[in-house]
Design a protein around this ligand. Structure first.
Ligand code: SAM
Length: 281
């Protein structure tokens, strides 16, 4: 059931003005104020009623409001102390539904703060830490992960790298790490004019859910392998994978020609290579 606040909340723009929360470039702040757009974003993971959401960077709380309206319980981490009074008002309006951690998201163990409950991650990510947080969420040794879905706003160029098919210009390490055990899609494109202030580039929201994990693959080996392979993406595999014991032999055993370049190697082939190296590790 959609949830109403205990008392009416001021429109986001007014709340931001009243609290003097001018956008900081250093903190990657580009705010969304269009409540209809925010409701559409909060609908991407499906019905959030009684679900737990972890949000990075609520800022003035537009997306947070939308998740709360959808019936979710929200745990949010925000680095900007100036946003705290505004978020406290939001917490008062939705009693027992919003917990705000005043911290850097990079310091947070999300599985710990969510107390072992399954959760959705929803965020309009700060561009400076977005990719790092994203790759961490993709990395857990145990699969399926504790998160049920990721709904994340990125610069469009980054979103395209996440969903890129093999052989395309955008295909690289991020595509392999995202696609080898997740369903990934671009759920929505968001025009730069929707943000205050508008960023220079367009944005897009990617949505990921866990897929079955291919058996016998050590995620750390896949991570290292793709780091090496795409670290020198214009080089042949026999050159770029030189530093990884057994990798060239594994390519040959699997019929992956070592004169190929990383960008021509499909996700399934990277997985097969990582499996071969995981077996001998
Ligand atoms: N969610 C809001 C919205 O959609 O309007 C704000 C999004 S803004 C792109 C990114 C937010 O992340 C800002 O509020 C910023 O202060 C916060 N932030 C930046 N770096 C952070 C970090 N390392 N940890 C937690 N929050 C961070």
């Amino acid at each position: 059931m959609p949830t109403q606040p205990l008392h009416p909340l001021p429109p986001l723009r007014e709340a931001v003005k009243a609290h003097g929360l001018s956008a900081s470039k250093a903190l990657g702040q580009n705010f969304l104020f269009d409540e209809q757009l925010l409701d559409r974003i909060a609908a991407i993971p499906g019905n959030l009623d009684e679900e737990l959401v972890f949000e990075v960077g609520p800022g003035p709380g537009g997306l947070t409001r939308a998740c709360l309206r959808a019936g979710a319980q929200v745990i949010a981490v925000e680095r900007d102390d100036r946003a705290m009074p505004l978020l406290a008002e939001l917490s008062d309006a939705f009693p027992n539904k919003l917990q705000v951690l005043a911290d850097d998201a990079l310091n947070i163990d999300v599985n710990a703060v969510t107390g072992g409950r399954p959760y959705h991650i929803i965020a309009n990510l700060p561009y400076n830490v977005g990719t790092l947080l994203f790759t961490r969420w993709l990395e857990p040794a145990a699969w399926p992960p504790q998160w049920k879905s990721l709904t994340l706003m990125f610069q469009q160029e980054v979103a395209e790298r996440i969903v890129a098919p093999v052989g395309s210009n955008a295909y690289g390490r991020l595509a392999v790490l995202a696609q080898w055990r997740c369903n990934v899609k671009i759920a929505m494109k968001v025009h730069r004019s929707a943000f205050t202030p508008p960023p220079k580039v367009m944005s897009a929201i990617v949505h990921l859910t866990p897929a079955d994990e291919p058996a016998g693959v050590n995620p750390r080996i896949l991570s290292r392998l793709t780091e090496k392979g795409f670290g020198q993406r214009r080089k042949m595999l026999r050159q770029s994978l030189k530093g990884m014991d057994g990798a060239i032999d594994a390519c040959e055993a699997l019929g992956i020609d070592p004169t190929r370049r990383a960008e021509t190697v499909s996700v399934a082939e990277w997985v097969a290579l990582a499996r071969a190296l995981s077996a001998s590790a």
